[in-house]
Design a protein around this ligand. Structure first.
Ligand code: SAM
Length: 267
């Protein structure tokens, strides 16, 4: 590694550590949001998404050295959360459970060991090729290799017989999250689930920096996706195909939402 590259990596690691501090975040994030607004002025959502890919990839370079990365890289990691995912697996009533993780990152967060079940995970992400390079640089071979798929086009990429489509902290990063949820629902079998696990209103909290362009929220029990210019009640949009249940959990950053969308069984 050249001296310049070493300095850059050290400066970025320091910046990430500083931004993790709540006091520093309160000052730095609105400024970062302002810079982002200026730099992306006049761009479409899709153009802003393309523009921010570099941010996302550089985040994962550093992340591979964290304890969470170690947890995910262990093939014996239990599947013991989040609670809504565990509950949906139990409700399926089948021993073998096939899950597609959407926007999985370089290493899926889903554990593979759950008593009474065999868990098969297919991990997908729009930046899978970039993550192959991140993993290769670190000399890491993940237990589940993430494959390339845009969530919005998932139904054209993977089979349509998954028991569960799971998506954590990724929907608010996508260029068309409502279409992505519909595509996830299309690849689960009748009676299967889409399970979403997201911080509420992350676009606002992150000041629309990086790939964060949307907010996931619960309003009067309904699942809502909203952005700066639009809002979509997903409970209403999906009503003909599925039932939607939102659960809000307290979180030091605000709140976290777990959403279970059950596709209607064939009558
Ligand atoms: C914050 S990361 C979350 C990763 C992982 N789910 C987790 O919980 O650690 C968001 C992920 O969404 C992916 N992503 C963003 N837009 C996407 C899209 N349109 N289709 C598929 N993945 C996308 C990014 O590449 C990134 O890996």
């Amino acid at each position: 590694m050249t001296l310049l590259k070493r300095l850059y990596v050290a400066a970025r690691a320091l910046a990430l550590r500083l931004v993790a501090n709540q006091q520093v975040r309160r000052v730095v994030m609105p400024l970062a949001g302002l810079v982002t607004r200026v730099r992306t002025r006049g761009m479409s959502v899709q153009e802003r998404w393309n523009h921010s890919i570099g941010w996302e990839v550089s985040f994962w370079d550093d992340w591979l050295r964290t304890p969470e990365a170690e947890r995910r890289l262990d093939p014996a990691t239990p599947l013991d959360g989040p609670p809504t995912l565990v509950r949906c697996i139990e409700q399926l009533g089948t021993e073998h459970v096939r899950i597609v993780d959407v926007g999985a990152g370089p290493v899926t967060p889903i554990g593979r060991v759950m008593p009474g079940h065999t868990i098969e995970v297919t991990a997908t992400d729009a930046l899978a090729s970039e993550y192959d390079e991140v993993l290769a640089r670190a000399g890491i071979v993940p237990p589940v290799r993430t494959i390339f798929a845009h969530a919005e086009r998932l139904s054209e990429t993977v089979p349509h017989d998954f028991d569960i489509a799971y998506c954590a902290n990724a929907l608010d990063h996508m260029y068309d999250p409502a279409l992505a949820v519909e595509s996830m629902l299309a690849v689960v079998r009748p009676g299967g689930f889409v399970v979403l696990n997201h911080f509420a209103n992350e676009g606002e909290i992150q000041h629309y920096t990086g790939l964060h362009q949307w907010n996931i929220d619960e309003r009067g029990g309904d699942f809502v996706i909203w952005g700066k210019d639009s809002s979509e009640n997903m409970t209403t949009r999906l009503a003909d195909e599925a039932t939607v249940e939102c659960t809000r959990f307290p979180d030091p950053r605000g709140s976290r939402l777990e959403i279970a969308i059950r596709k209607h069984p064939v009558s």
